[in-house]
Design a binder for this molecule. Structure first.
Ligand SMILES: Cc1ncc(COP(=O)(O)O)c(C=O)c1O
Length: 445
């Protein structure tokens, strides 16, 4: 992108001079791809199963209650149509705190809960409040780009650790901290992790790994865990296979920022909710006051009712639907995609595929695929632009973003469309990879 642009009008012209980050960082690849809507849409994590009639019912309940207040000329009716507290509506925070205590084993009260515009606002605010240029963040590679881009915007050094089919590999945390001390003369500030069905790979941390992570991270005084549980409600199985969070190990609420969101089960309302160590929460309320003053009171009233009365009635069907979609995708990948490896999620929205042909460039190929009717997110987008990698033999090197991977989302389409779309994608990729000689075959020639 150009660093400035000349804007002309009839009367004047002037130069817009952007802040440095605008030219340094790209638009989110997921947001960019949302502009295209091919028949087989596997790119953004758009929920395709939402309890719309339940939302209607809730709004009807709220409106009929308001009609009674209006008749009585009760000024309480104005509250939902007004500005509210920056940290969020206290009724909603109380309901969420009760649910977090009972279901997530997170020790908290309404005062500990912060409401935001989706979890994305929390991710941005965490970086805004904690990161000075040159501060270090540890995370897996690949990881959620919605965390990476704000981190890079604020000048973080991102050091990535290897991940496998079980997610973050705890054995690399200690060596990462040591390597950071050697190279940058400081210890990392944040470990960012997505324990359940992570974005982009769909992997889930075992209890054993969680305990190892806690033991290692808590042995350092000033390393904060940012635990992003965006997919915690979309865990497959009858009971949602509920696995206990890292945050359970932080009853004093000091070491772990616990970030959740309503958007996977109630996307349109754009509400994130988090439990944050007290000092951090104060800073984040201040930051939120700068971003948007407060969240919509009306939307919070809808969500308060949803979380209090309806969510557990709707979730079993929602989970079952996503599980069917996931199974259809995993099966279709095995059947139709070219040689490569893929994950087998137990929840969430995404499968990660790595083509065996290392020369396959999923980034340049995505545009061709979209023209033929199928979209995914190229894997390179889930790696930092300017990051570092702790290698499997514990060295710290500049990260090179691999190009042979892709995130394929199954949340939006029905199993039949998933099968047909993956069949098409597989066919297109096989045609493409035939054109791209692998390094080995080039050598043979
Ligand atoms: C891991 C993860 N964290 C956070 C978010 C942002 O969520 P929200 O839509 O609530 O802003 C997403 C969205 O896809 C996500 O996958």
């Amino acid at each position: 992108m150009k660093s400035s642009v000349l804007v002309k009008s009839d009367h004047s012209s002037f130069l817009i001079k952007y802040a440095d980050w605008v030219k340094k960082l790209p638009e989110s690849e997921i947001r960019r791809l949302l502009r295209f809507s091919p028949k087989y849409y596997f790119s953004g994590g758009k929920p395709g199963i939402l309890p719309v009639d339940t939302f209607h019912q809730i709004m009807e309940e709220i409106i009929s209650e308001e009609r009674i207040l209006l008749k009585r000329k009760d000024s309480k009716v104005l509250e939902k149509y007004n500005y509210g507290a920056t940290e969020g509506n206290v009724d909603l925070r109380t309901i969420l705190a009760n649910r977090l205590r009972k279901r997530d084993h997170v020790s908290c009260s309404a005062e500990d809960v912060l409401i935001t515009a989706g979890s994305q606002q929390t991710l941005f605010a965490i970086n805004d409040c904690l990161i000075n240029p040159g501060d270090i963040i540890l995370t897996t590679r690949p990881t959620y780009l919605g965390f990476l881009l704000p981190a890079e915007k604020f000048g973080a050094i991102i050091v990535t650790l290897p991940s496998d089919d079980g997610g973050l590999m705890p054995e690399f945390i200690d060596s990462a901290v040591k390597l950071c001390k050697q190279k940058f003369n400081k210890v990392p500030k944040i470990l960012y992790t997505i324990p359940y069905s992570d974005n982009p790979k769909g992997t889930t941390l075992s209890s054993k790994r969680k305990q190892q992570i806690i033991d290692i991270v808590f042995s350092y005084n000033d390393l904060l865990i940012v635990e992003d549980v965006a997919y915690k409600e979309i865990q497959f199985g009858k009971t949602g296979n509920y696995i206990r969070p890292l945050k359970e190990n932080d009853p004093e609420n000091q070491r772990i920022a616990y970030l959740s969101t309503s958007t996977k089960e109630a996307a349109s309302f754009r509400m994130g909710y988090s439990v944050l160590p007290e000092g951090l929460r104060h800073a984040m309320v201040k930051a939120k006051g700068y971003y948007d003053l407060c969240s919509s009171e009306f939307v919070q009233a809808i969500l308060a009712r949803y979380y209090e009365k309806y969510i557990d009635l709707t979730l079993p069907l929602i989970r079952q639907g996503y599980e069917e979609r996931c199974k259809a995708m995993v099966k279709a990948i095995k059947e139709y995609m070219p040689d490569g490896s893929s994950t087998n999620p137990t929840g969430g929205f995404f499968v990660w595929f790595e083509a065996a042909n290392q020369d396959f460039d999923s980034h340049s190929f995505v545009q061709k695929a979209i023209e033929k009717g199928v979209a995914y997110v190229p894997g390179f987008a889930f790696y930092p632009q300017f990051g570092y990698a702790v290698t499997e033999d514990s060295k710290l090197v500049r990260l090179e973003r691999p190009t042979n991977s892709m995130r394929i989302g199954y949340s939006l389409l029905s199993p039949k469309f998933i099968t047909d779309g993956i069949k098409l994608l597989g066919k297109l990729m096989k045609e493409e990879t035939r054109k791209v000689p692998s390094k080995f075959s080039t050598f043979m020639v």
